[in-house]
Design a protein around this ligand. Sequence first.
Ligand code: CU
Length: 115
Amino acid sequence: MNMRKLQVIAALLAVALGASGFAASADEMKTYEITVKDKVFTPNQITVKAGEPFRIKLKNANPMPVELESSKLGFEKVAAGFSDILVNVRAQAPGTYTFFDDFHPKETTGQVVVQ
Ligand SMILES: [Cu+2]
């Protein structure tokens, strides 16, 4: 095998590895953990990058269910008592978006700051 062929193979390998690296990073979206207890989200504000999908992992530290919801961010999911849920959020434009527990929508709120 000559040097030119080796260079072509190396270039093709780099492309293949790069492509699989990209697929892996899509699977490893940044996950923000929030705990809800006694009608309070902790933290009650997270800051995420504009234009990048992300995940919120909500740990429900109450015996009662909560419903994590945000109409603007497009999710609505119930976490049973003492359980965790994961929601995927689409890439967003810069801004401040509210989320809440739909069982206590006035009291139990938080914000996602996209910047
Ligand atoms: Cu709801």
